[in-house]
Design a protein around this ligand. Structure first.
Ligand SMILES: [Fe+2]
Ligand SMILES: [Fe+2]
Length: 153
């Protein structure tokens, strides 16, 4: 889990995306800790937090992609949707299937997060920074001020 946290602290130069990564990394650490205790109720609570924070963060990235006409939007969104589905699936197996939480279940989330930041999110951050450099467009100003693509609307 430490690797995921360290990766999240590698800034991408888009403040609200960096903030989302930091928040998700913190929750991932909590999920891993809770999983060791094996309490289904606490695990569901932590996974619920992970799901909500991920949905919020993914929406921010998808709004950025739309704002800069990013070519990889559809593909990137599928990665996000699949991850939300994986979190929901585990929650369902704990709730309905009586599955006992274990640290082994949380590892795929940390690995996905690290790999997603290193690949898809890094590409997106570069596209946003490039957009900012080129134009001085409204979205570019929003990046500088640490606000989202909706800034100024
Ligand atoms: Fe991200
Ligand atoms: Fe992403």
């Amino acid at each position: 889990m430490e690797v995921a946290t360290r990766m999240a602290r590698t800034e991408m130069g888009v403040p609200e995306i960096d903030a989302g990564h930091e928040k998700i990394a913190c929750i991932l650490e909590r999920v891993a800790t809770v999983a060791q205790a094996g309490d289904p109720g606490r695990m569901l609570e932590a996974l619920g937090e992970l799901k909500t924070a991920s949905e919020t963060h993914f929406r921010v990235e998808e709004e950025w992609m739309a704002a800069i006409n990013y070519g990889g939007l559809a593909e990137h969104k599928i990665l996000h949707d699949n991850e939300i589905a994986r979190i929901s699936d585990l929650m369902g197996r704990i709730t309905g299937g009586g599955m006992r939480p274990s640290p082994r279940q949380t590892l795929p989330f940390a690995i996905w997060f690290r790999e997603h930041l290193r690949t898809a999110d890094l590409d997106l951050a570069e596209a946003i920074r490039s957009h900012r450099r080129k134009a001085g467009a409204p979205a570019a100003g929003a990046v500088t001020r640490g606000r989202g693509p909706d800034a100024g609307r």
